[in-house]
Design a protein around this ligand. Sequence first.
Ligand code: RTP
Length: 155
Amino acid sequence: KPVASMGTEETYIMVKPDGVHRCLVGEIISRFEKKGFLLKGLKLFQCPKDLAQEHYKDLKEKSFYPSLIDYITSGPVVCMAWEGAGVVASARKLIGATNPLQAEPGTIRGDLAVQTGRNVVHGSDSPENGKREIALWFKEGELCQWVPAQAPWLI
Ligand code: RTP
């Protein structure tokens, strides 16, 4: 049965350095796995400054931009590519509001974080940015095309 109906939409999810230091990697991956999305890429990675700047280029004029770049490059991150129908918007819901104090309980930030500047996880904000960010953070050979055995039960 039609894994194709998982859809071609992809999102880039990243456990930020605070999430790695706080040993929340497994917990965060698990939320997306349990929801039923398809994991296409996964790696632990020390982000260089120029990549952080490229990723957050739309926020360049913001006052918090320099501290955001310092934060994202302060230690390893976990980069993930997830696929599924509606995965971009759904992942944003699972993640919760940018300010963890405003994020609903049950969301990742609502359950696990307190500060906007330490909000443990990133998720792309549009399908276009999902594609752009996956291409930015992963080399082609790092992504897997595969069919999960359970897919027919999830769709
Ligand atoms: P993300 O890109 O990480 O998923 O976050 P987002 O869309 O929820 O928020 P965005 O406005 O794109 O901001 C990106 C990240 O910058 C940090 N930030 N700090 N006022 C502040 O100090 C402030 N505002 C945003 C957060 O780490 C946010 O996730």
